[in-house]
Ligand binder design. Structure first.
Ligand code: NOJ
Length: 548
């Protein structure tokens, strides 16, 4: 491993917009598409770009502003596209470069934005860079990856574990060294201390930004730099049975290293060569570490993904505390964001139940900060049990929790395979798709989809909700309550995260107003005078009357 290269700090404008002048990624809502599962345009059983193109009208109808696509690039698919063998080519499964350009053009024509996945931490083992790197010790690309001699006892250089199970070092017989892979052995980690690697990946960014993509979601950005001394990770004292093998250690030396911020700033410098692009970082860290990824003077990631609503137990007091801690920890001039689900996590409707998932939707879409939705959550899709022989996710196959259940095809209508494909779908569909699908729910005002659409419309229409201030409101027990305000217009959001009915009548604070949105739509229009009764799993947004 070479020593740390000095990374120049780009001189760029600070992120903070002038008052009243917010950027699309601050005001807007992001929708994640897992391309294999959204819509199959050529009926080979795997979703693709043409399929996505054919469903853009749906996304526009739903009201989202930006689409983030999980990887669509050339890949042997050992990790379903997160193992890239050509960063600037589209995988034929998904279509051609022309299909991509067409999609981008159409997304823009419809007034939306397109965000791609950037996977800079590791390539595929089949990437020409790695093939060269592993060909001999004196190959010019040897240092592009993390090669190490064995420890004196002949074993691996240190104790680091792979996120997907087992040791993170793979022995290469031919050249007599180990290489490091934080994920699969088919995903060798790049050496980000090498300036040539830096330049190559920054050029990848420029390639797509030059085509007009509106930003990147950067995969495991907090992994890209590792301890230069390769010190052993300490054991995790909180490790309990049932946790993944990776959690046996605290990844103190293999992730979140101080020098990573130089790389983040360098990537940000490239984003700033173009106008109004967004850089989102995938970062699973506690709040106080997460916020450091905004960077010095907010010249890091625009949006370090905030996964609090995914990693925390779904308990009102814990969630309320996390919201306030996060709000309090945000650096001045930075912009918050919230995520409820993604392709790596059990779906929200499975985690908290169907009824509570409606409350979760209301929470996500009324908090301060850019919301990211995961495809299908808007119809209440749940994890689909995958029969044992059909598991394909490498994490599951390696003994960890399979992510297949949350990656099943989108449920569009009641026809065969829910309208996703006429071929054999790459993962089975939910048994309930005939009742739970876009077509059925579109017509039903009580459906999850109608709720999402109303929430999105309200958020878009009300500056208080998309750019307004946040303040906690008094609440206890199962209730989470907060205020959103902009230019004198105030909303009170009250959510019951429990199953029992509750009464909200705080002593410290009187409120008068009208319910403008309810998880039960029949409550909309109801006038309130300092007392709100909520059923279990119910939430409302109240427009407060201006005080005289
Ligand atoms: C995070 C991605 O979200 C996940 O799906 C992938 O397996 C790992 N990074 C490795 O790229």
């Amino acid at each position: 491993m070479t020593n740390s290269a000095t990374v120049p700090h780009p001189i760029t404008a600070p992120v903070t917009p002038a008052p009243g002048n917010y950027l699309w990624w601050q005001e807007g809502i992001i929708y994640q598409i897992y391309p294999r599962s959204f819509m199959d345009g050529n009926n080979d059983g795997v979703g693709d770009l043409k399929g996505i193109l054919s469903r853009l009208d749906y996304l526009q109808w739903l009201g989202v502003d930006a689409i983030w696509l999980s990887p669509i690039f050339s890949s042997p698919m050992a990790d379903f596209g997160y193992d890239i063998s050509d960063y600037t080519a589209v995988h034929p499964l998904f279509g051609t470069m022309e299909d991509f350009e067409r999609l981008l053009e159409e997304v823009h024509r419809l007034g939306m934005k397109l965000i791609l996945d950037l996977v800079p931490n590791h390539s595929s083992g089949q990437h020409p860079w790695f093939l060269e790197s592993r060909s001999s010790r004196d190959n010019p690309k040897r240092d592009w990856y993390l090669w190490q001699n064995p420890a004196p006892d002949g074993g691996p250089p240190n104790n680091w574990l792979s996120v997907f199970g087992g040791l993170a070092w793979e022995w290469d017989e031919k050249t007599g060294q180990y290489y490091y892979h934080a994920f699969l052995k088919e995903q060798p980690d790049l050496n980000w201390r090498n300036p040539e690697v830096q330049q190559a990946m920054l050029d990848v960014m420029r390639f797509w930004l030059g085509k007009g993509v509106d930003g990147f979601r950067v995969d495991v950005i907090y992994h890209v730099i590792k301890d230069a001394q390769l010190r052993n990770n300490p054991p995790n004292p909180d490790y309990r049975q049932g946790m993944s093998a990776y959690d046996q250690q605290i990844p103190a030396y293999s992730t979140d290293q101080p020098e990573v911020h130089e790389i983040v700033a360098m990537m940000r410098g490239v984003m700033d060569e173009y106008s109004e692009r967004v850089m989102i970082g995938e970062i699973y860290l506690p709040i106080h570490r997460l916020v450091t990824y905004y960077g010095e003077n907010n010249r890091g990631a625009h949006l370090p993904f905030n996964f609090q609503l995914i990693v925390l137990p779904w308990k009102a007091r814990e969630i309320a505390l996390a919201i306030d801690q996060y709000e309090g920890a945000l650096p001045g001039g930075s912009w918050p964001n919230w995520v409820l689900g993604n392709h790596d996590q059990p779906r929200i409707a499975t985690r908290v139940g169907k009824a509570q998932a409606r409350v979760a939707a209301a929470l996500l879409l009324t908090l301060r900060g850019t919301p990211t939705l995961y495809y299908g959550d808007e119809t209440g899709m749940r994890d689909v049990p995958i029969p044992p022989g059909q598991m394909v996710d490498p994490q599951g196959l390696n003994g960890g929790e399979s992510r297949d259940p949350q990656r099943t095809p989108m449920q569009w209508d009641s026809s065969d395979n829910a309208g996703f494909t006429t071929g054999e779908p790459w993962l089975p569909l939910s048994e309930n798709y005939k009742e739970e699908n876009v077509e059925v729910q579109r017509e039903d005002p009580a459906s999850m989809l109608s709720l999402y659409r109303r929430l999105i419309a309200l958020r878009r229409a009300e500056p208080a909700l998309h750019i307004g201030d946040y303040a906690p409101a008094p609440a206890d027990g199962d209730i989470v309550a907060y205020l959103r305000e902009r230019e004198g217009k105030r909303f009170l959001v009250v959510l019951n995260m429990g199953e029992q009915p509750v009464e909200y009548k705080p002593e410290q604070f009187r409120f008068n107003g009208r319910i403008v949105l309810g998880t039960d739509h029949r409550r909309e229009g109801e006038e309130l005078h300092h007392c709100l009764k909520l059923s279990g799993n119910e939430g409302v947004v109240i427009e407060l009357r201006a005080e005289k």
